[in-house]
Design a protein around this ligand. Structure first.
Ligand SMILES: CC(C)(COP(=O)(O)OP(=O)(O)OC[C@H]1O[C@@H](n2cnc3c(N)ncnc32)[C@H](O)[C@@H]1OP(=O)(O)O)[C@@H](O)C(=O)NCCC(=O)NCCS
Length: 176
């Protein structure tokens, strides 16, 4: 299924941001070997066929210096990731995702918290993101406030994958 979807635009003022108290293990995402494995949160939004491309792209943009990726672990397992883009005092938070069986344990909040504090250390004053209506509560509790609405397109993952395969696109190393 494909159609229009409305995504709240949200913003947070970093000067008044109060860090979370979390006991989770949160760090910059540096182990990209792991990230290409099935079920890793860094490729949550990728199709199976595009997982390796996603990892390559994330590593490539990281080299620009104003982009970083964060990983929160739960019980030692990669649970949640997000990506931060820093530009002229503003940090954009993207690709927030937690693997399904490790949700509701504060992993996404912990990953975003790490990103916000690092961005503030880098001189950012404001954080922005595009929420999904199911994740507004999470961002709201961190202090983000709605400032507008984006209209975007919703793509079904199943359909995207089927279309990629129909075009002959295969993950490297897979059988034709
Ligand atoms: C949205 C998403 C990232 C949230 O990840 P998460 O790791 O479960 O997030 P958190 O655990 O930090 O918070 C989620 C909820 O768990 C609750 N929670 C956090 N720690 C908890 C704990 N120890 N015990 C019980 N509940 C807890 C939070 O209060 C929050 O509640 P709410 O949804 O009612 O507001 C995850 O559901 C996901 O990956 N969804 C699919 C991708 C997606 O939609 N990404 C966002 C795009 S904008």
């Amino acid at each position: 299924m494909m159609g229009p979807v409305y995504l709240p635009a949200m913003e947070l003022v970093l000067d008044s941001y109060k860090p979370l108290l979390t006991t989770l293990d949160v760090s910059l995402l540096v182990d990209w070997e792991d990230a290409a494995a099935p079920g890793h949160p860094a490729t949550f939004f990728s199709t199976k066929a595009s997982r390796l491309d996603t990892v390559a792209t994330k590593r490539e943009v990281e080299a620009f210096g104003n982009v970083f990726h964060v990983l929160a672990r739960v019980g030692g397992h990669p649970a949640s990731t997000c990506t931060a883009f820093v530009h002229e005092g503003v940090v954009g938070i993207y690709d927030v995702a937690t693997v399904e069986d490790l949700r509701r344990q504060g992993a996404a909040a912990a990953a975003i918290d790490f990103a916000l504090l690092r961005a503030r250390d880098m001189g950012c004053k404001t954080a922005i993101l595009q929420a999904h209506k199911r994740s507004v509560g999470l961002y709201d509790r961190l202090g983000f406030r709605e400032t507008g609405m984006f209209q975007s397109l919703y793509y079904s993952r199943t359909r995207m994958e089927a279309e990629a395969v129909a075009k002959g696109y295969r993950p490297p190393g897979s059988q034709p």
